[in-house]
Design a protein around this ligand. Structure first.
Ligand code: SF4
Ligand code: SF4
Ligand code: SF4
Length: 330
């Protein structure tokens, strides 16, 4: 069992908190941008491109447009960069984004810890796990059907619509002034995540479903050395997704979040770890590799002109003013 500062559990929490702090800083800058764009402030503030990472549906359409036309989305270029970079992390480092960085994953991790501490956490059986996992794949199929079913002209018209241009501002408004229904749904999900570890991620997140399917193709996975295993079952018990780690030699399931909590609790040194093509890698590679891909992708995209939106600031402001009538909170 690994303890000390560099245990998988602690590094994971540190990475999640660090990434959440970065996103909070991004949102604070975006708030200033929206204040300027909606006329509440005369001080111009640039939009932080990273905020476009919260627009995966727009990015999905932009990805299809990229395939059709070879052109990068000029409306939310960073959104497309982040979307493709996160898919690349899944291919290289499994669901390292889910297990190590995603802010919803952080909330899920904290609620799971609370549930375990209070003795409320319950893991469903094998059938229950399968039933619970199904809705997110159905949601993903629905989004895929809607997006892939659109022709090039429809996608073009959506991406250039005023609605899409201010989609990030709309999202901010949605979370700034949550309706009673939104709060009830969030409360329900929080309670369910205390009782059923990673409830949102395992049942409802279509993004996680997509990453899981891509991660299936990854050569990297948690692997167990049968010869040295003492079959204590600690790894399976620690797994938020209740995967039977103690009976598998390689965890290839798309449900594996890449959290490496299982590795951290194994009492036999070298028995459980992260492997690629039968070679052992350091367990921290999922966090470090995922972060490295995102940083390199954003730096490269900035250098190549795929990060900052080329839309003139006054046009952005006009779009926001145009949408003001439908956005009474701004
Ligand atoms: S499944 Fe979705 S919400 Fe959960 S950690 Fe992954 S991307 Fe984030
Ligand atoms: S198998 Fe290990 S890395 Fe995968 S979800 Fe379970 S605990 Fe996390
Ligand atoms: S892999 Fe490690 S934690 Fe899991 S059953 Fe074997 S010895 Fe125990």
């Amino acid at each position: 069992m690994r303890s000390g500062l560099l245990s998988p559990s602690r590094l994971r929490l540190a990475a999640q908190v660090g990434f959440a702090a970065f996103l909070a800083w991004t949102c604070a800058r975006f708030f200033d941008h929206v204040a300027w764009a909606t006329g509440q402030s005369d001080i111009w503030a640039a939009k932080p491109p990273a905020v476009e990472g919260f627009l995966p549906i727009s990015a999905l359409m932009a990805a299809k447009r990229l395939v059709f036309t070879g052109q990068w989305d000029p409306i939310h270029p960073a959104g497309l960069t982040i979307f493709l970079a996160i898919l690349a992390t899944a291919l290289l480092w499994r669901k390292g984004f889910c297990g190590q960085l995603c802010p919803v994953g952080l909330a899920s991790n904290l609620l799971e810890r609370l549930g375990r501490r209070l003795g409320l956490a319950r893991q469903p059986g094998q059938l229950g796990r399968r039933i619970l996992a199904a809705p997110k794949y159905l949601l993903l199929a629905g989004f895929g059907y809607l997006t892939l079913g659109m022709n090039a002209a429809d996608i073009e018209s959506f991406l250039h619509s005023p609605y899409n241009m201010v989609a990030d501002t709309r999202m901010l408004a949605f979370f700034q002034q949550p309706s009673g229904t939104t709060l009830s749904v969030l409360g329900f999900l929080a309670v369910m995540s205390v009782v059923v570890p990673a409830f949102w991620c395992r049942a409802l997140c279509p993004y996680g479903a997509l990453l899981g399917l891509v991660a299936w193709l990854s050569p990297v996975a948690v692997a167990r050395d049968e010869a040295s295993c003492v079959h204590c079952g600690r790894c399976a018990k620690a797994c938020p997704m209740a995967l039977p780690v103690d009976t598998l030699t390689r965890v290839s399931s798309p449900e594996c979040q890449g959290c490496v909590e299982c590795v951290g609790v194994c009492p036999v040194p070298g028995c459980l770890g992260v492997s690629a093509a039968n070679r052992r890698l350091p367990w921290w590679v999922l966090a470090a590799g995922t972060l490295a891909v995102l940083v390199v992708a954003s730096v490269l995209a900035d250098a190549l002109g795929y990060w900052q939106s080329p839309l003139p600031p006054q046009m952005v402001r006009r779009m926001h003013m145009l949408m003001l009538g439908q956005m009474p909170d701004f």
